[in-house]
Write a protein that binds this ligand. Structure first.
Ligand SMILES: NC(=O)C1=CN([C@@H]2O[C@H](COP(=O)(O)OP(=O)(O)OC[C@H]3O[C@@H](n4cnc5c(N)ncnc54)[C@H](O)[C@@H]3O)[C@@H](O)[C@H]2O)C=CC1
Ligand SMILES: O=C(O)/C=C/C=C(\O)C(=O)O
Length: 521
């Protein structure tokens, strides 16, 4: 396979061409394009135009298709000079965009939402190719990306401000203005959804941005930039640069022209970013980081009428998107009275419902495959019981692997102190541990450096609140998982992050507030 660029990829704003990426609305067509053309070259989107990087020979990062192990795209590793040019473009666009009336900004966002919906299948196809997720999962996330834009397009039309009186002599009110230029940095597990979860509120509240998707999964951001162009978003309001963390991401974060950073990714990188901006005291910082989330199963949740839901919720929390969602429940604690029954029913259900290549995709990268595999090797070394799954083959040749496939894996007899119970594995791996009391369940659930999410499975109404309110997690679901209302605060406790996003919480991230005091005369 050669490496010549696909012609129309150099003109990605041209959505009408019949023979390029924009006509690939099935997995088969996309596979055939990759086969016939070789690696697709992505381009940055800066100042409303697609640009190659300024260096004559830009360094590229190979991007692999996880289901086949094929290097299928070349992602520019944007160098500091080009990152700074993108930041300047966003800075230049800020005065105009921040003063654009809400109704007009709302219309732009609404148009982007419509365009995402119009290209639903195509975006889902490339997201599935790029990330390894199933096409069904990709469709859900494309719909949710469209919803991010439609939600914030209407949110800004219904804003209210708080006003108070002081001794009948003074009227005070809160006045908000856009905070400036933002760095929006997203990870590789839900690429389009998580990037739009940042871009939509950022633009809605009048800020401009330079966004950087993960170098592992850049394709949907590239396609999205064409939709921004088609929606006529003014030049410079949203810029997308590609590249890695150390070169591209850190230049973006550290720039003194950047007024705020919204980041989703690992806790290690979140700590790094916090360090980088420590001296820039006014920089807004929103960090949504890792999780090692507990699922608690009580005996009453296994009674007739509840059992099926309990099993299916625990399973989707563990294995949706191959376990590559920061909210996944990867530690299950089960009341001892129903432990054997739960383990058996859960294992049967997962082995029937979660089939590799059908309902379970490939993990996102060779590097991530190696990481998840190392934990499964550790499980073997520790003498843990594999109820399902095993240690997959070691892969060392990226171009001849046939893909990064890890079967759903269920582990029992895992010590509470094991790294399997402590570390964010971020793959299709779950541990199940018996508990003897509600108190022990809560204690083990909270025995984690993370505090992002928790699932509580019970039929006891009193326990729902009693336990739910003790769990050290930013999001607690009772008898469900991943129910999302975009106005609710989203974010984690402990090492799972700083700040909350969603609705008015996103408004706090992207605006500055002043209190104005008016005399009564
Ligand atoms: N949402 C979550 O909870 C996620 C958790 N992870 C966890 O992190 C582990 C490592 O995955 P990575 O891809 O290495 O995550 P990462 O946190 O390094 O990458 C996330 C994003 O941050 C960028 N980045 C990395 N270093 C940066 C820096 N110094 N400055 C600015 N941006 C930077 C990356 O280019 C990417 O866009 C995974 O195995 C998983 O356990 C990874 C992705 C998402
Ligand atoms: O909002 C959701 O449904 C999912 C969010 C997931 C993340 O933030 C993540 O995996 O990082």
């Amino acid at each position: 396979m050669g490496s010549k660029p696909v012609t129309n990829v150099q003109e990605p704003g041209d959505l009408d061409r019949k023979d390029g990426i924009w006509s690939c609305n099935t997995l088969e067509k996309a596979a055939s394009l990759i086969q016939s053309h070789g690696p697709l070259h992505l381009l940055n989107y800066v100042q409303g135009e697609f640009q190659t990087t300024s260096s004559t020979k830009p360094p590229y990062i190979d991007s692999y298709e996880p289901k086949t192990g094929t290097a299928y795209a070349k992602v520019p590793c944007t160098q500091p000079d080009d990152v700074e040019a993108a930041i300047r473009a966003a800075k230049l666009a800020f005065p105009g965009w921040s003063k654009t009336p809400c109704a007009e900004r709302s219309r732009y966002l609404r148009r982007v939402s419509e365009l995402i919906q119009e290209h639903r299948e195509l975006l889902a196809v490339w997201e599935s190719i790029d990330q390894g997720k199933t096409i069904e999962r990709a469709r859900i996330e494309v719909d949710r990306a469209a919803a991010n834009f439609s939600y914030f397009s209407t949110f800004i039309l219904h804003e209210q401000t708080a006003a108070r009186m002081v001794d009948s002599a003074w009227l005070t009110y809160e006045h908000r203005s856009p905070a400036g230029v933002f760095a929006l940095i997203s990870p590789w597990n839900m690429p389009l959804y998580l990037l739009t979860w940042k871009i939509a509120p950022c633009l809605a509240f009048g800020c401009t941005a330079v966004a950087k998707p993960s170098e592992v999964t850049s394709m949907s951001a590239f396609l999205l930039s064409s939709l921004f162009k088609k929606a006529n978003i003014p030049a410079g309001v949203i810029n997308i640069v590609f590249g890695d963390g150390p070169t591209t991401g850190s230049t973006l974060v550290a720039s003194s022209l950047i007024n705020g950073v919204s980041f989703t990714g690992s806790t290690a990188t979140g700590i790094n970013i916090r360090r980088m901006v420590a001296a820039q005291i006014n920089k807004h910082l929103s960090l949504e980081l890792g999780g090692k989330n507990p699922t608690l199963v009580f005996s009453d949740a296994m009674s007739n009428g509840h059992r099926d839901r309990t099993i299916s919720v625990a399973a989707s929390a563990a294995f949706e998107n191959q376990g590559e969602i920061c909210l996944c429940g990867s530690r299950i604690y089960v009341e001892r009275a129903v432990y054997d029954e739960f383990v058996q029913s859960f294992t049967d259900y997962v082995s029937q419902k979660y089939t590799l290549g059908k309902t379970v995709g490939a993990v996102a990268s060779l590097q991530h495959y190696a990481k998840v595999r190392s934990y499964l090797q550790l499980a073997t070394d520790e003498g843990v019981t594999f109820k399902l799954g095993g240690v997959p083959d070691a892969l060392d040749n990226v171009d001849s692997t046939g893909g990064y496939w890890i079967a759903p894996t269920i582990l029992t007899n895992v010590a509470p102190t094991s790294a399997l119970q402590k570390d964010e594995i971020f793959g299709p791996v779950v541990t199940i541990t018996p508990v003897d009391s509600e108190e022990e369940a809560v204690g083990l659930a909270n025995d984690s450096e993370y505090g992002l999410a928790a699932v509580l499975l019970t039929a006891d109404g009193g326990r729902m609140r009693r336990v739910g309110e003790q769990l050290e997690a930013g999001l607690v679901w009772v008898n469900g998982w991943l129910v999302r209302e975009l106005g609710t605060p989203f974010g984690g406790m402990k090492s799972s992050g700083v700040g909350r996003e969603g609705g008015e919480y996103s408004r706090d991230v992207f605006t500055v507030v002043r209190t104005v005091h008016l005399p009564a005369y």
